[in-house]
Design a protein around this ligand. Structure first.
Ligand code: SF4
Length: 362
């Protein structure tokens, strides 16, 4: 489907055709991403698409960044190996399990265990510590587990699946290779693509994602949306770049979250059945409602206060204050007429996504 060569084609008409079942191509997606003053029509259509596939249900994810050590040098990242200004810590297995137990009790439906490519854990033969950690968290909480440990081989991914992991998150950040090379410095583009494919073969659900505000164009973002749709990943996310002290991109001025919001909406219209997060890790709790109003149906980066955990893009924002908690999120859901799902309902949704998409794409 394409709006053709007529530049005056209305974004509203395009949204209606998509809601009627047309599949947007890259040009259509670019038109949505460039909606400008017509953005409210795109957001309304995205909410309608979400309502048809998810009703008013939202899934809340707990985030446990358990090691902030990393051997890599991503240009955008606070935790890149050579940055002396970021907090470094490595939580013990007992600490992580206790944090996860409390998070699960607070009402999250998934525990996202994230680390940098910490050589001590990442390069261990057999990844025993990581496998044991996943088994302990899954066993103690009974909640679904996502792992975000960087690039791993298929054998390790299979071991993590057996240990109880349900999801593998690995973000490309952009699907435009030359931009990728400037962002994920020294990390082969194809290696990340292959790792996600290996995760699917290992029986894991997969999340991919992109970053905006780092020199990407609407065409780049449209390309990413098409790539993620074709690969069939069950969860897809976009986040706005937040400049980080001590990094090569520290001086870049943030352009605000307008592009992120339109990208969430375009992803929802292109992939109505998928899980699409509203991250608390960009603008904190103040940015939650506008991301949900753009069509997101997951809230990510719920971080418990007082246990010394950091966020990724926003290391501290709203954490100690307790705003990035289930308790802090619920009033915002209620105000928008949305409701949080329980674990059983979430597992049902995971099963349906796996049945629909598990054999798709890569
Ligand atoms: S984005 Fe991830 S892999 Fe890259 S430097 Fe940061 S923690 Fe390491």
């Amino acid at each position: 489907m394409s709006p053709g060569s007529d530049p005056s084609v209305a974004v509203g008409d395009l949204c209606e055709r998509i809601l009627d079942g047309a599949v947007p191509d890259a040009r259509d997606l670019e038109a949505l991403l460039l909606a400008g003053e017509e953005a409210p029509a795109v957001f309304a259509a995205a909410r309608e698409a979400r309502a048809r596939h998810s009703g008013n249900t939202v899934f809340l994810y707990g985030f446990v960044y358990f090691s902030t050590y990393c051997r890599n040098a991503c240009a955008f990242c606070f935790y890149r190996a050579d940055n002396d200004e970021c907090p470094r810590y490595r939580k013990t297995s007992d600490e992580v399990v206790a944090i996860c137990r409390d998070l699960a009790a607070s009402g999250v439906v998934l525990l996202d265990l994230t680390m940098g490519e910490d050589p001590l854990i990442h390069d261990e033969p057999g990844n025993a510590a990581l496998v044991d950690l996943v088994a302990a968290v899954a066993g103690e909480t009974g909640a679904p587990v996502m792992i975000s440990p960087g690039v791993l081989g298929e054998e390790a991914l299979r071991a993590l699946r057996v240990a109880g992991a349900d999801w593998y998150a690995l973000y490309q950040e952009t699907h435009t290779p030359d931009l990728y090379a400037r962002l994920r410095v020294g990390q082969p583009f194809a290696e990340r693509v292959q790792a996600r494919a290996a995760a699917r073969r290992a029986g894991l659900l997969v999340e991919d994602g992109l970053l905006t505000g780092i020199g990407d164009s609407p065409a780049d973002r449209a390309r990413s949306i098409v790539a993620m749709r074709e690969a069939g990943w069950e969860q897809v996310r976009v986040m706005t770049f937040v400049p980080q002290a001590g990094t090569p991109l520290a001086g870049v001025r943030s352009g605000g979250d307008a592009n992120e919001l339109l990208t969430i909406a375009a992803m929802r219209l292109a992939m109505p059945e998928r899980l699409i997060p509203a991250s608390l890790d960009v603008d904190g709790i103040a940015g939650l409602e506008r991301r949900l109003q753009a069509g997101a149906n997951v809230v990510t980066s719920i971080v418990p206060p007082t246990v010394g955990l950091a966020g990724v893009s926003q290391a501290e924002l709203d954490i100690d204050e307790g705003y990035r908690t289930v308790h802090g999120v619920l009033p915002h859901l209620e105000r928008l007429g949305l409701r949080p799902a329980g674990v059983d309902e979430y597992r049902e949704r995971m099963g349906a996504l796996h049945a629909t998409l598990g054999g798709a794409g890569a």
